[in-house]
Design a protein around this ligand. Structure first.
Ligand SMILES: Nc1c(N[C@@H]2O[C@H](COP(=O)(O)O)[C@@H](O)[C@H]2O)[nH]c(=O)[nH]c1=O
Length: 173
C-alpha cells in the first residue's frame, strides 16, 4: 500500500481513446520540467539545458551557447545528441556528479520542487523512462536509475538537515 496520494496519476487514460496532456504528479523531478536553475554563472531555462550544455563547456563553447538559447528542453537534448562526438572523453566518468550538482541547485532554488521532493516521503523514486536505463529504469525496469538515486540522496540530505535542526532546537530548551 502506497503512503503517497498521487491524485493525478490514477486519472491517466492509456487505452488510446483520448490524448491526455496534463503533467503527472511528480513531473517536477524530471529534467525537462520548466524550472529555472542558476548554475555556473547562468540562469538555465531547465536542468536539462544546463546538463546538456555542460557537455561542451570546454570542448565546444558555441554549442553550449546554442543549448542555452534552445527554446525547449527537448531542443537542448537534441542539439547535444547530434553533437555527442564533441563531448569530453571522460564525460561518462563525470556526468553523475555534474547532474547531481545541477539537480541540487534546482531543488534549492525552487521551493515547489523541494516541497514535492519531500512529499515523496521515503518511497523509492524512479525516473520511469521506457528507454533510458542509465538515468531511469529503462525498458525492462531493471536499469540504474541514476537520476532517481540523485533525488533520493538529496531527500536524505534534506531530512537529515531537518532532523539536525530539530535536535539542536530541542537541546537549547
Ligand atoms: N530523454 C528524456 C528525459 N530524460 C532525460 O534526458 C537526459 C538524457 O541524458 P543523456 O542520455 O546523458 O544525454 C537526462 O536528463 C534524463 O533525465 N526526460 C523527458 O522528460 N523526456 C525525454 O525525452
Amino acid at each position: 500500500m502506497t503512503k503517497i496520494k498521487q491524485f493525478r496519476d490514477p486519472q491517466l487514460v492509456t487505452d488510446g481513446s483520448i490524448v491526455g496532456f496534463y503533467p503527472r504528479e511528480f513531473y517536477v523531478l524530471d529534467n525537462f520540467a520548466s524550472f529555472q536553475v542558476d548554475w555556473c554563472g547562468r540562469r538555465w531555462p531547465t536542468s536539462e539545458h544546463a546538463y546538456q550544455a555542460a557537455h561542451f563547456f570546454d570542448t565546444a563553447p558555441e554549442l553550449a551557447e546554442q543549448i542555452f538559447q534552445a527554446r525547449s528542453a527537448h531542443e537542448a537534448y537534441k542539439i547535444a545528441k547530434a553533437n555527442a562526438d564533441k563531448a569530453p572523453h571522460d564525460w561518462d566518468e563525470i556526468k553523475v556528479d555534474i547532474m547531481e550538482e545541477i539537480v541540487r541547485a534546482k531543488c534549492e532554488q525552487n521551493p515547489y520542487v523541494k516541497q514535492k521532493l519531500l512529499e515523496t516521503l521515503d518511497e523509492e523514486i524512479v525516473e520511469d523512462s521506457p528507454k533510458d536505463a542509465f538515468w531511469g529504469w529503462g525498458e525492462n525496469r531493471d536499469g540504474r536509475n541514476e537520476l532517481g538515486k540523485i533525488w533520493m540522496r538529496l531527500r536524505d540530505e534534506l531530512n537529515s538537515e531537518t532532523h539536525e535542526m530539530n535536535t539542536n532546537q530541542g537541546g537549547n530548551q
